[in-house]
Design a protein around this ligand. Structure first.
Ligand code: ADP
Ligand code: ASP
Ligand code: MG
Length: 456
């Protein structure tokens, strides 16, 4: 069995879904289990509709709902068999009726609770997975739909739910292989449910994570992430075009890149795959003939010390200073307790004798955090920063990498640096408006010559 995950742009239209069908059809003998995202930008559109409702703009919400329904119907109806058309209409009616009820509820209470966020945003994958199942039949495959919520069991942290592996893996192992024996199983990514059957989601971009959870649960021989780029590249194409394709990369390097902003993979994706030693491939659904990126357990020997540059924008730096820190102990604990209290992850930390700087990207509780910190220290906040993360297998043990990185930056100011925490990452904070220039400069410094074993 293999797991094949197709992202939003890979299922955004009838034409895109027909490409997906031919990719899957060519791999039937490997018994594919297909995981799909919501069609195109559906998740954003669903959330926008609910937000309009919460702001009391119900008629705008309803008209956007109509548009979204028309989009689904017009793309799907041309790739569904005549005898399946009533089924398609019924399923779209049912899901949009459900959305209508939730929109009314949100408008009434003028509040969009996390539980409702999940209920609303789950509709995208719930519909796309059924549409793709019907489309596979149209393209001559025997396909069967499986509601991911019946097998992916999570905790109840709505919008960021964590899978309960001890319940999810046995269910997957029991349910999926017998189905996949005879049919192509199609599941929605991103969604799950609590033990009590309440719908949850795994966080934005979470369909990649679903694919690796399913892969680990059924002991798949391979997990394929089909997307809109040729694979993992040496830099984010939206920040700096012209990056090179990485043919092979280790789980550790890929995880580091994903964590520090390479959106091509959800940061948690590699974890289940590592545990079960299942290779992950990143492939382009528009250019299926390209061999993409292979993510593997072993370290990948490479003559280039750097494999890729990731970045995260919208970063906020919190600077904390207190003379009480001098020669004291327990101060860092008190600082981190504050971030813990507001469930706010910290990405990077630097310390000196009486000060600590750290970065966060979720600023939902920034005010409360600063209030609490001010009881023990002076606090300053800097917004509009970016983290740049340079990743390579042995950065820590290679002399001269830091000099080359900082040398390439020229006049760009560096606010924080972190190196040595792991073997394979050198990261630093700059002003977000200097990001493009910075990534281009680093790319030029490190990728003039390429190890042809590793890069295409
Ligand atoms: P999908 O909908 O298939 O999940 P995403 O938009 O989530 O696709 O992820 C693919 C995108 O990730 C690419 O279009 C690209 O803009 C972005 N990306 C960021 N960093 C990288 C990188 N290092 N290599 C490849 N793509 C990257
Ligand atoms: N549809 C979800 C999102 O847009 C999950 C995914 O695409 O991976 O975040
Ligand atoms: Mg994605």
């Amino acid at each position: 069995m293999i797991v094949m995950k197709f992202g939003g742009s890979s299922v955004e239209s009838a034409a895109a879904i027909s490409r997906v069908a031919s990719i899957v059809k060519a791999r039937l003998e490997r018994r594919p289990v297909v995981v799909v995202s919501a069609m195109g930008k559906t998740t954003n559109r669903l959330l926008a509709i609910a937000r309009l409702a919460a702001e009391g703009k119900q008629s705008a919400a309803l008209s956007q709902m109509e548009e979204l329904k028309t989009y689904h119907l017009s793309e799907a109806s041309v790739i569904v068999l005549p005898e399946d058309q009533p089924h398609l209409l019924a399923l779209l009616d049912a899901h949009f009726d459900e959305l209508g009820q939730m929109v009314a509820e949100i408008a009434e209470v003028e509040e969009f609770s996390p539980r409702l966020v999940d209920a609303v945003s789950s509709l995208g994958e719930r519909m796309s997975s059924q549409v793709v199942t019907l489309a596979f039949r149209y393209f001559g495959m025997d396909a069967v739909h499986l509601d991911s919520r019946s097998v992916v069991i999570t905790d109840s942290r709505h919008t960021q739910a964590a899978p309960m592996f001890s319940r999810t893996y046995p269910r997957l192992a029991e349910v999926v292989p017998p189905m996949a024996q005879r049919q192509v199983v199609v599941m929605g990514g991103f969604i799950g449910s609590t033990q009590n059957g309440i719908t949850t989601t795994l966080g934005r971009g979470g369909s990649d994570y679903t694919a690796s959870i399913v892969g680990a649960g059924i002991q798949a021989e391979e997990i394929q992430i089909w997307t809109d780029v040729d694979g993992m590249l040496t830099c984010d194409p939206r920040i700096a075009p012209g990056g090179h394709l990485i043919k092979t990369i280790s789980f550790a390097e890929a995880a580091e890149l994903a964590y520090f902003g390479a959106k091509v993979l959800h940061p948690a994706t590699v974890q289940p795959a590592v545990e079960k030693s299942i290779p992950v491939l990143v492939l382009n659904s528009r250019r299926a003939e390209i061999s993409g990126t292979r993510i593997v357990r072993e370290t990948v020997q490479c003559r280039n010390v750097i494999k890729s540059i990731a970045c995260k924008t919208d970063i906020t730096v919190v600077k904390i200073q207190s003379l009480r820190m001098l020669m004291a102990h327990g101060f860092l604990r008190r600082i981190f307790e504050v971030f813990d209290r507001y469930k706010t992850p910290v990405d990077m930390v630097t310390t000196s004798e009486v000060s600590v700087s750290l970065t966060i990207d979720n600023t939902q509780y920034l005010e409360e955090i600063c209030e609490d910190l001010k009881r023990i220290a002076e606090v300053e906040v800097e917004k509009g920063r970016a983290i740049v993360c340079v990743v390579g297998d042995n950065i820590r043990g290679t002399p001269g990498v830091g000099r080359r990185i900082l040398g390439a930056l020229g006049g760009i100011n560096v606010y924080m640096i972190s190196q040595g925490a792991s073997q394979l990452n050198f990261s630093f904070v700059i002003a977000a408006d200097e990001l493009k220039q910075c990534v281009r400069a680093l790319h030029e410094e490190f990728f003039q010559e390429l190890d042809s074993e590793v890069f295409a």
